[in-house]
Design a protein around this ligand. Structure first.
Ligand SMILES: [Zn+2]
Length: 249
């Protein structure tokens, strides 16, 4: 008879005590970004790839809702031959040169930006962290803490590595694909770029490569089809795909 007990708990009125707050998410992201910048080579802001990423990022942010816009987003490029990109909690976003060099169009880049920003503003790490913590506790302990109604999260208890190791759920990935595609279209990009870039990830995986982006972003063979179906239903027109200046024809 566990369910009735849970149902009468007055938890709905309070924040989830296992969920990092907005301020904690921003703090975690800032700490991890600092650590990353100390370890990796970050391209200068004069680099055309950094300029392009920032310009696309800002165009997409401008079209988000006021609430979703309200995070301290930043965009940087790490000079490393890895096919990867990620947004830290709070919105600090990193792309690797290894991924940028594989992209052909601004629209592909916009699709991955839209996807990553969704993870940040929908606070996917905070949800995954809260769920993981709760899975580890026995029910009795869980109920006691929920009744106590206080924030159980401390930033110090969450390692930088955990920001990368804790996987997003399939539901989070689908949400990031859907909202990311919608956001890039609102910002004036061609959503064919989204289908193209996710097809490219799929092909890389088939070829035996295991790009980091795919290991942190579980592949779903329906993913490209889902995006294509979503595009077909959009009642807007878009311009041609725009080649990236560094892409080989
Ligand atoms: Zn993702």
């Amino acid at each position: 008879m566990i369910l009735p007990v849970l149902l009468v708990l007055p938890v709905a009125a309070h924040a989830d005590p296992f969920r990092p707050s907005r301020e904690q998410q921003i703090q975690l992201g800032e700490r991890a970004a600092k650590d990353l910048k100390a370890k990796e080579k970050v391209l200068p802001e004069s680099d055309e790839r950094v300029k392009m990423l920032r310009s696309i990022g800002n165009r997409i942010i401008a079209k988000l809702s006021d609430k979703d816009k309200n995070w301290p987003y930043t965009f940087d490029v790490i000079d490393k031959n890895e096919v990867n990109a990620f947004a830290l909690p709070g919105g600090k976003t990193f792309f690797y040169t290894g991924l940028l060099s594989k992209m052909k169009t601004e629209d592909e880049l916009a699709a991955v930006v839209g996807h990553e920003l969704t993870h940040a503003y929908r606070e996917h790490f905070a949800s995954s962290y809260a769920d993981a913590q709760k899975r580890e506790l026995g029910l009795a302990v869980l109920l006691t803490i929920l009744r106590a109604d206080r924030n159980m999260v401390t930033v110090a208890a969450i390692s930088n590595q955990l920001l990368f190791d804790l996987p997003f759920s399939r539901r989070h990935e689908t949400e990031a694909d859907d909202r990311g595609t919608d956001a890039m279209v609102l910002a004036g990009f061609n959503p064919t770029g989204a289908a193209n870039v996710f097809r490219m990830f799929q092909e890389l995986k088939k070829g035996g490569a295991s790009p980091e982006f795919l290991s942190t972003h579980p592949d779903d063979k329906n993913r490209v089809k889902r995006i294509e179906d979503r595009i077909k239903k959009m009642k807007v027109t878009w311009g041609p795909l725009k080649p990236l200046p560094w892409a080989k024809p």
